[in-house]
Ligand binder design. Structure first.
Ligand SMILES: Nc1ncnc2c1ncn2[C@@H]1O[C@H](COP(=O)(O)OP(=O)(O)O)[C@@H](O)[C@H]1O
Ligand SMILES: [Mg+2]
Length: 356
């Protein structure tokens, strides 16, 4: 099949630099590694930047959809360039043009990217999440939260702008810094002292959780997973997968991850970040609808423990997306749909479920 890998690496190809600027990009090596994985999976691959020329390039790169079998899809690595809803930009353009793509649709991405909206949904769905308050200016009184508190931008990723604070004065400073640096409200959340785990998920109908992964953060200030850790500058955070937890706790966390994935309408793959308190009770921090697929990421590490090497994992993401379209848009990909209805894929998923 023809796969167009669509990505953002820079600000070329836009008309104006305007509004909130994106700070997270996939490294060039990861994009190349994904291309290699797809080629190893037998696909024909083309790389296309997600800018204002993307649709005309995709029109040339991808064949018109076949009614019988999957013949073209975009693999979405586009984290966006600017604006509040940057993860939704490419998916929305692809929806307009009728091009199938991997990962969530705009709905799932925006519910996950906006941490405040995500928490409102968690609370309405009975998904445990730390108490919080949103600050749009520094003079707001502290009303709903107890110290210590962690302050973060409302809609960022990769640990940008995090600060743990212990009193009202420092909270105001942290809020001021976020308002100025990130041009968006600050989310102040009660700090959960304890272990940190995440659960990655692959597929739909049903989504399948990988084994729970623990990040060992003991030797860090405030025990948080920082921007520097994620880019591997200072220290290597040890990842333990499967996490050393009682079996019932792991199962509970995997079920919680699926509930979170479903509550936010995320598709195909994702990762849920969770803190465990002193009683091992989980508190969901966030859902990553664009979970990193860097070879060193938690998602890839836990996928390995579930039996997928890197090439298999990337090709599986394409496969689960195609199956989703075969269900969602039954006029296309008839053969794929027939396949999934015979239970072939359902069975391999059931096996995976056993493993995790
Ligand atoms: N309420 C919290 N209690 C304890 N640690 C937190 C809390 N919120 C965030 N952290 C720490 O900060 C890291 C990044 O926060 P997160 O909400 O996952 O945002 P992102 O990864 O999108 O920047 C987490 O992995 C965790 O180590
Ligand atoms: Mg996170």
């Amino acid at each position: 099949m023809k796969v167009a890998v669509v990505y953002n690496r820079d600000k070329k190809g836009i008309i104006n630099v305007f509004g909130m600027q994106n700070r997270e990009w996939y490294p060039e090596e990861t994009i190349q590694r994904v291309v290699q994985a797809l080629k190893n999976g037998g696909h024909e691959v083309e790389l296309i930047p997600a800018d204002r020329f993307v649709l005309s390039k995709l029109k040339k790169a991808l064949p018109k959809l076949s009614r019988r079998r999957p013949n073209g899809i975009a693999l979405n690595l586009a984290l966006g360039i600017q604006g509040k809803c940057r993860y939704t930009h490419l998916p929305a353009m692809l929806e307009v043009a009728g091009i199938p793509y991997t990962g969530s649709c705009p709905l799932g991405h925006i519910l996950a990217l906006d941490k405040v909206v995500a928490k409102q949904i968690f609370m309405a769905s009975g998904i445990p999440t730390p108490n919080y308050q949103v600050f749009s200016h520094i003079d707001q009184p502290v009303q709903y939260i107890k110290f210590p508190v962690i302050v973060k931008p409302r809609g960022e990723a990769a640990s940008f702008g995090l600060k743990v604070v212990f009193d009202e004065r420092s909270l105001k400073d942290a809020v001021a810094q976020i308002l100025e640096e990130f041009h968006q409200p600050a989310l102040a959340e009660e700090f959960i002292e304890g272990r940190e785990v995440n659960v990655s998920i692959l597929g739909n109908n049903p989504p399948v959780p990988f084994p729970v992964l623990e990040l060992i953060l003991n030797d860090t200030e405030n025990h948080i997973y920082t921007l520097e850790d994620k880019f591997g500058k200072h220290r290597k955070v040890k990842k333990v997968c499967p996490a050393k937890l009682p079996k019932e706790t792991s199962l509970f966390l995997q079920k919680l991850a699926i509930r979170t994935f479903d509550a936010l309408n995320v598709y195909d793959y994702g990762r849920i970040d969770i803190r465990l308190d002193e009683f091992n009770q989980p508190h969901v921090l966030e859902m990553n609808s664009m979970a990193s697929i860097n070879p060193a990421s938690s998602f890839v590490y836990s996928a390995e423990k579930a039996g997928y090497d890197y090439d298999q994992l990337i090709n599986k993401i394409v496969e689960v997306s195609v199956l989703r379209y075969a269900r969602e848009a039954p006029e296309f990909f008839r053969e794929e749909r027939a396949n999934s209805e015979t239970g072939e894929n359902a069975e391999s998923f059931a096996d995976r479920k056993e493993m995790s």
